[in-house]
Structure formats: structure tokens, C-alpha cells
Ligand binder design. Structure first.
Ligand SMILES: [Zn+2]
Length: 272
């Protein structure tokens, strides 16, 4: 009889233990999910477009020169017209590459302001998706403006030299924020630097705190635009976080990229 009672008691105890462990496990699981979600929302709003995917991350810059260029510069492997061409610090566009379908952004897209009425150019192939995105933003009460779009090879030369002089000739500091000629996505005619009235159409880090920035981070992908240089990926992209810089790769490619769980830089490397 004692043995039977002991057996029943141990059965009850083990069942309780199981329940406890199970509950504990679930609770820990839930807490962990919450922490991860908060982390993504607060630290890197751009990553909200990949909520269920783990992106390959090189979070601890192993070298002190993530911004530097490799010694062996290669020519791009796809045509500049190709939405998936990889242009970065390693792959350079030819100085002669100019998109053949450049048009004025603000003459072709309504409710999008071009700062200082500058005649920014962009490839006509993305105009309808851009208009669709601007319409959706406007409907959500978001103001968007354009600070920069297509940049020719020679403009990149001027821009790089400008930042080089601002940085007192410091090449390393300049390479963190400005692309050398032929290395800028802006030469593709598919990259746009956005701003908003929220920061008086300024360009730079303050854009990250705007509603416009949050809106783009959450919605731009639906229209084929993706952020090129997300936060915390300096060692992967070679650039500081640019909340304002978006590149168009088309709706289908964007969806494919999101499914892959990769940021743009890694997605394009996988295609080039
Ligand atoms: Zn840019």
C-alpha cells in the first residue's frame, strides 16, 4: 500500500514538475519574443520590414576600417540599367554610364516636393511606383520631399571632393559618408534621398526621428524601394546609417529580398 501511495505521489510530483517547466518555458519564450520586438522597433525601425527573419549580421566590426575601399576595385558585373546591379565600395560603375530614361521627378510626380525647386532626375521606369508610394504617404498625412536623386559621375567627383575638404582631407572620414566617383548608387538614377517638412527639408541623421522616416521604413518596400544603408550594418555596407537613402529595385525584387531575410547589400551580393 505504501508503495502504491509513493508511486501516486511521485506521479503527481513529476506531473507538476512537467507543468512548471512547460509554463516556464512558454513564459520565457514569450518574454524573449517581446524583448526582440522592442529591440527592433526602438533601435532599428527599418528592420520592421523583416520582423520574422534573421538577417546575417556582422554586428561587431572586426576591423577598424569598415568604411575603407578594397585595393582591388572591380567593374560592376551587371548593366547599370539592371535593378539588381551591385554598386558598392568594391564594384564601380563605368564613368560613362548614364541611364537613358532620366526624367524630372517633380514634373512627373505630384505631392512630392523637390527641395529648392531643384530639377532632380530619376529613371522614368520607376515613376509610377514612386507616385503610388507618395499617394499612400499623403493619404497617411506624411510629407515627403526630395533632397537628391540622380548624380552623374562628375557630380560624384565634385561631391566627394567637397566632403573631403570639409573633413580637412581626411579620406577615412570622407569615405564613411560619401561615395567615391562611380561607387554611388545615385549614378543609377534609382536612388533617392528623402526629407520632410518635419526637419525643414534638411538632410542627415535627424531624418531618422521623423514620421516620414518611420513611414518609409514600414511602407517603402511595398512600392519597390528599400533602404540601402540600415543602422548597425556599417561593417556590411561600408556606410553609416542613412535613414533617408532609398534605392528602387522593383516590387518583385523587393518581395524576393524580404523573403530572403537579407538587407539590400547582401541580397545584391547574392545576385552578382
Ligand atoms: Zn543618397
Amino acid at each position: 500500500m505504501d508503495k502504491i501511495i509513493t508511486a501516486i505521489i511521485s506521479l503527481i510530483l513529476s506531473a507538476n514538475t512537467y507543468t512548471f517547466v512547460y509554463t516556464q518555458g512558454r513564459r520565457e519564450g514569450i518574454e524573449q519574443t517581446t524583448i526582440i520586438t522592442e529591440d527592433i522597433v526602438q533601435k532599428t525601425p527599418e528592420e520592421k520590414i523583416f520582423p520574422t527573419k534573421t538577417v546575417i549580421r556582422n554586428s561587431t566590426p572586426t576591423s577598424s576600417s569598415w568604411w575603407s575601399y578594397p585595393s582591388d576595385i572591380k567593374k560592376v558585373s551587371r548593366s547599370g540599367d539592371d535593378f539588381l546591379v551591385l554598386v558598392n565600395k568594391e564594384y564601380q560603375l563605368p564613368s560613362t554610364y548614364v541611364p537613358t530614361d532620366l526624367v524630372s521627378i517633380c514634373s512627373n510626380v505630384t505631392n512630392l516636393r523637390c527641395v529648392n525647386n531643384t530639377n532632380f532626375l530619376i529613371r522614368s521606369i520607376l515613376i509610377s511606383d514612386l507616385q503610388e508610394m507618395v499617394n499612400a504617404a499623403t493619404q497617411d498625412g506624411i510629407d515627403l520631399s526630395v533632397r537628391s536623386a540622380y548624380r552623374s559621375y562628375s557630380t560624384q567627383q565634385t561631391t566627394y571632393n567637397y566632403w573631403l575638404s570639409v573633413n580637412g582631407g581626411n579620406v577615412g572620414a570622407t569615405d564613411q559618408i560619401s561615395a567615391r566617383p562611380g561607387h554611388s548608387q545615385h549614378q543609377l538614377g534609382t536612388a533617392i534621398d528623402f526629407s520632410s517638412t518635419e526637419i525643414n527639408d534638411g538632410l542627415g541623421g535627424t531624418f531618422a526621428n521623423t514620421q516620414a522616416s518611420k513611414w518609409l521604413a514600414n511602407n517603402a518596400w511595398k512600392y519597390g524601394f528599400v533602404i540601402s544603408y540600415p543602422a548597425d550594418y556599417e561593417s556590411v555596407t561600408g556606410y553609416s546609417y542613412e535613414s533617408w537613402h532609398y534605392r528602387y529595385i522593383g516590387k518583385a525584387n523587393t518581395q524576393d529580398m524580404i523573403n530572403s531575410g537579407m538587407i539590400l547589400e547582401l541580397y545584391l551580393r547574392s545576385k552578382n
